[in-house]
Design a protein around this ligand. Structure first.
Ligand SMILES: [Fe+2]
Length: 202
């Protein structure tokens, strides 16, 4: 049985980048909804007790309810964790070294990541992930899919993600997804992303 994770900050803490009303609806309605529906689908399929990562890595053997709601549960859990009202820099260490080797600098990374997020048609996510060789890559996935899933083209462990469903930004930004993406860069918890990288190592 999965439960809705608590946020480490208030709904209004990310203003002006993400407004309180959007945060509250996103967490208490959307994420709660994915959580409830995932639990129902797992119960119906006698799949309780598995970790969410295990379920998603083998998602091709499950039904669409598990794919959509399992993805929704996992993706939003990661999303809240990599956001912070106190945007910080990439801490020095192994992650920063690999990040600089891969993208040269933050501005260049932003260009790649923004493109992936802005060009995702319809609803979905853009990701920074670690592949099986330990390399970083940027990708995007549709709906509530993510790079863990064995049904997407580019597999890896996501360590940073942006939700580009309209429910993530429409109240404040309407159709201006690029403005929302730019705002997102101001509230990334890079310390957490670096921790996610360390944890992704086999
Ligand atoms: Fe969302």
């Amino acid at each position: 049985m999965f439960t809705l994770p608590k946020l480490s900050f208030d709904y209004k803490a990310l203003e002006p980048y993400i407004d309180a009303r959007t945060m509250e609806i996103h967490h208490t309605k959307h994420h709660q909804g994915y959580t409830n529906k995932l639990n129902n689908a797992l119960e119906a399929g006698n799949l309780e007790g598995k970790s969410i990562e295990e379920i998603l890595r083998n998602v091709s053997s499950h039904n669409d309810a598990i794919r959509n709601n399992g993805g929704g549960y996992y993706n939003h859990t990661l999303f809240w964790e990599i956001l912070t009202p106190d945007g910080n820099d990439i801490p020095s260490g192994a992650f920063k070294q690999l990040f600089d080797e891969t993208f040269d600098n933050l501005e260049n990374f932003k260009k790649h990541f923004s493109k992936a997020a802005a060009t995702r048609f319809g609803s979905g996510w853009a990701w920074l992930s670690v592949d099986a060789n330990g390399e970083l890559f940027v990708s995007s996935t549709a709906n509530q899919d993510n790079p863990l899933m064995d049904v997407v083209e580019e597999n890896g462990t996501p360590i940073l993600g942006i939700d580009v469903w309209e429910h993530a930004y429409y109240l404040n930004y309407q159709n201006r997804r690029p403005d929302y993406i730019n705002a997102f860069f101001e509230i990334i918890n890079w310390e957490k992303v670096a921790q996610n990288y360390e944890r992704s190592k086999p």
